[in-house]
Design a protein around this ligand. Structure first.
Ligand code: HEC
Length: 236
């Protein structure tokens, strides 16, 4: 019986480890794989961002435009390059529902990729503890994790399978991040410093808020564990 379980664990570990090595989002966005390239796409408040990399995750020069479908509107936006990032300012929020079609030129070749995201849903009611946590989150965490928990240029989305209930980032890991910060290991944002201004007990309130937001946005339990690429999570 024991051997069987071990075999199963190894079997599950292989594809997820591969997925982590090849398809990690650097900046909390969605990834699309095409023939020779992968594109990462993220919606920030006031802009969309795109990163094009090769299959070794090396940045590749690209240019092009984005067509956004947003609340019945269609917007054609040129993308401008800043270092490794393609940016278009746009009247969007990271919480918005939208569809994007990117028409890119990469190494002189055309590349078309599509992305969609749904709207972030706020729970109809929050428990008093989660409501207290919401206020703390907005004051202390939102500058990096975004007011809609979809991330920002300073930190990753927390509405993400990596951090869902039942993932390798359990309650203990989330509480530890709030109390000590976190070393960079999932993304390319750098380390999370120990947050300033949290009073004793507020970590539990913020955790309740994060869990309520995840539940309202379809991030439940079991399947996330399999999707999480670093089972074991030795960093904590
Ligand atoms: C100065 C920016 C910043 C602030 C403020 C911040 N974080 Fe983070 N946080 C980050 C970054 C960057 C990471 C990504 C680390 C990595 O690469 O895994 C992160 C990671 C996390 C993780 C995952 C931790 C792990 O061990 O994998 C959790 C949970 C988290 N943050 C919650 C919070 C909460 C809750 C708050 C507010 C109390 C907060 N953060 C405030 C930047 C920030």
């Amino acid at each position: 019986m024991k051997t069987r379980l071990l075999t199963l664990a190894l079997f599950l570990a292989v594809p997820t480890a591969l997925a982590h090595g090849t398809l990690a989002a650097f900046f909390g966005g969605q990834i699309a794989e095409t023939g020779d390239y992968r594109a990462e796409f993220a919606v920030r408040d006031g802009a969309i961002k795109v990163w094009v990399r090769d299959h070794d995750d090396k940045p590749v020069k690209a240019s092009g435009k984005a067509t956004l479908l947003l609340g019945g509107q269609k917007l054609d936006l040129p993308l401008s390059a800043k270092d490794d990032t393609l940016i278009a300012e746009a009247p969007v929020k990271s919480r918005d529902k939208l569809a994007a079609v990117l028409g890119l030129q990469v190494d002189g070749k055309p590349l078309s990729v599509r992305f969609m995201q749904s709207e972030v849903v706020a729970p109809a009611t929050l428990s008093p503890q989660a409501e207290a946590g919401r206020k703390v989150f907005e004051a202390v965490c939102a500058t990096c994790h975004g007011g809609a928990l979809r991330g920002s240029d300073n930190g990753p989305p927390l509405l993400h399978p990596f951090y869902a209930l039942g993932s390798a980032h359990g309650d203990d890991v989330i509480l530890a991040a709030m109390n000590t910060g976190a070393k960079s290991h999932m993304w390319k944002f750098g380390d999370m410093p120990k947050p300033e201004g949290l009073k004793p007990g507020q970590d539990q309130d913020v955790l309740a808020y994060i869990r309520a937001m995840q539940a309202a946005n379809g991030l439940g339990s079991a399947p996330a564990a399999a999707a999480d690429p670093h089972a074991g999570h030795g960093h904590h």
